[in-house]
Structures are given as C-alpha cells and as structure tokens.
Design a protein around this ligand. Sequence first.
Ligand SMILES: *Cc1c(COP(=O)(O)O)cnc(C)c1O
Length: 458
Amino acid sequence: MRNGKLNKFWKLGVEDFNTHYFDINSKSHLVVKEGNYQYDFMDLIKKYGSPLEVVFPYILEDRLEVLINLFNSYIKIYRYPGKFYYHYPMKVNQSKEFVLPLVTEGANLETSSANELKLVKKMWEAGNLNDKIKVLCNGPKTKEYLDLVTELKTKGLDVIPIIEGWNEYEYLRQYRGGVGVRLDVDVHIQSHWNHEIDQFGLADREIKKMGKIKNLKILHYHIGSQIEVLKDVMVPLRKAMTTYLALKKVNPSLDTIDIGGGMPIPYDRKYRYSVDSLIESIVKFLLAFSKKHGITPPNIACEWGRYVVAPAQVTIYKVEAQKDILESKSGERKWYIINGSFMNDLLDTWAIHQKWHVVPVNHMDAKKRTRSWLAGMSCDADDKYTAQGSYVLLPRFSDIDPAEGLFLAIFDSGAYQDALASHHCLLPSPLKLLAQNGETKVIRRRETLDDVAKLFGW
Ligand SMILES: *Cc1c(COP(=O)(O)O)cnc(C)c1O
C-alpha cells in the first residue's frame, strides 16, 4: 500500500480526528511531527523500552493557539463587543509539562481543589505567572481553600472564587476581588457525567435568593464532559443566559458567562460537530440574545480541558503474547496480551468503557491482520480492552519476528488518565517521556519494585 492509503487505513493525518500530527515513515513505523522535525516511536522504544507515555507540548500549544484564534476571529467577524478567556481546568492533567506550556501560550487557569491552587501559588512565587493571568477557583471550598484564595488575592494575583454554596457566600462577603457563582443548570443532556441531580452549584432559585452578590463578575456552569451533540451545548447556554439576565438586573458588575468544559474528543474517530461551528453558534447566539434583551453581550469564558490536552499524550505498549479467545462466538478474534495495564494506566477503559484509537507502532504495512482484544497484565478480569465488544485490528502476531516485537500506540491519553492511575497487582506506571524541540527527556523514570512497594509501607 502507498503511504497515503496506509495513512487513511489507520485514520492518520485527519485534522478533525486530531491525527494530523502523525504519519507513517518508510520503515512503516508510526512517527509524530513537530514542525519539520519528526520522532520515530520505534527509536524511542529502542532507547527507553516500554511501556511508555510520551508527552508532546508542541501539540498542546498548537491546539490552544487554534482555539483562542477561532474565538477571537468569530468575535471579530461578528463585531462581538466582549472578550474571550480560556481557562485551563488543572484537574484534567496537573503535570508541570502540561500546565506550563499552556500558561505560556496564554491560558488562564481553573482549579478544583486547594492543592491545585497551591500549585498556582508555587508558579506565582517562582515568577512563572504574569500579572494578567486570571485564576478561577471551583469545587467545594474548605476554610483552607478560601484562606488561600484570599492570601493570593492580597498578594496581587487575580483569583476569582466561584461560589458553590452558602458558606462560601458568607465568607466571600469580605472578599476584595471579583467573584463568580455556579449555576446548576436544570437540563438533561447526553453525557456520562450529566446526572439528573448533581452536587455542584446552586439552583437558579437559590442564586436569586442571594440577591446582590458583592463584586459578582461571572456566572459559571459546567454541564458535563465529552458532550457529543451540539444542541446539548446550546440548550444549557440558553437556560444559563436567562439566569444571567435576572442576575444582571440586581448585579450590574456581572459581565462574563463561563460555559465550563465539555468539548468532545473523537476517540472513536467518528465525526461529531466541529469546534469551528460550535464557536460560531455560541458567539451568534450570545449576540442575538443580548440584543433582544437590551444587555451588553458578556465576555465568554470556557474551560475545555479534555479537548485541548488529550491528543498531547500517547501511550505505548508491547504485545507480549497472543492466545485464542475461549469459546468465542467472534470467530477468529485473539487475545493480545500487552505489557501494561488498562486498569492502572488508562483507567477510563474500565470506569466508563472509553473507546480509544489504537494503531500499531511498527509493521504498519502488514498484509495480514488479526481482530484482537487487548488484555492488561494485572490478574483482574476487568483489565481488558475490547473496543466495546468490537475489536482492534493489529498485525498478525505469528508473522512478527520475536527479536523485533510488535508495539501499539493508544492515542489521546493526555486527559484525566494520569491523575486516576493506580498500582493494581503492584504493576509499575509507564516511563514518561517529554518530546520537545527535537529532543526527548525522561520526566518520570520507570518505577522499580522499591518505588511501588514504598506506597504500601514496605
Ligand atoms: C472537569 C471540569 C472541566 C473540564 O471538562 P472537560 O470535559 O475536560 O472539558 C471544566 N470545568 C469544570 C468545573 C470541571 O469540573
């Protein structure tokens, strides 16, 4: 097969699928491109072994730049009088190698806990944050969290706490900066994380009971993650804007709507809606709504985490062995046993039956392929990946020279997986590698038995 055909077969090189950073070289190896430089994953495996997690700050920066430019260009096209603010939700991946490049590229921040805000404090004290950065603080707030908010504000950082409950409302009456309030939007959408009733934010009627909220700047809501239908973004926005309107009458300082997270990743490489069409819809809607109701169009803030960071990390495993699937009705499907663990390293496989885009790292031109199910190394029956009962197409194992081995790549592992990672069966976490400016650097060495045993008091 020619390269173009191979690319198409493995769904590489498609911008809507975030695979335009990847390609196949003349050795039929998977490569990733950084400007005019490219990294051959097989070279990384030869040098560092496997399993591997490889982080590409270049991809992060590119995605954020495109996103900010898209919002700003629609703001310009429609002569929208408000501004756009991107806030990176740190909980999606708190690694320094993710947070710092995003901040450099212009991201503001959003924290979900006192500990994340302590990282912000560290960056601030190290002189890494410029004065203009805005930090939104979400999540239920302990006294420790609120005191830290106050401390950083006093030191000159623009920290904006988002009120989630009455205790926070009471505490923040003394606060000298802008605040936000989180609305629990009363609509149901298709998303694993959208529940009929959840514990976050306040109902519209309760927010209205607060009356005048001192220095209110932002109305925030977060409806769910991985929102797969465009109307599920637009319906909650309309609902939130009716609350905005009522609040604005009592609180003229209110000037920003924060739509939270939710922009999806096409993990299964199916088209959903484009980020372009969504941003245009948001800008157009807010303009028309504001005009109709005679208010100044609000500044727009978003906290899309998964969308920006997932494609910036790839996880690599070796196929250790192959065997038949017992009494499988699925005919020729085989188990491929990998040298890592879905339950430990890619926990969403187990938690939410996440679909992943999986491709071979070598032998990408193999003529014979097998419909495989992937099995992790832990002794847990849940440690597997079957693509939701479908299969993963990979080169036929018996054709592979054992000296060379067969490796596979799982795309989009940059969001959530690392913070959820665990050590079932005392398996070590993969070595983590940074690939930047044509060079690679180990940012987390391969864990030894002693490293893992220490976590359990040995
Ligand atoms: C988790 C979360 C986000 C990020 O959601 P994504 O689906 O990753 O975009 C943003 N805002 C809040 C309040 C969150 O809890």
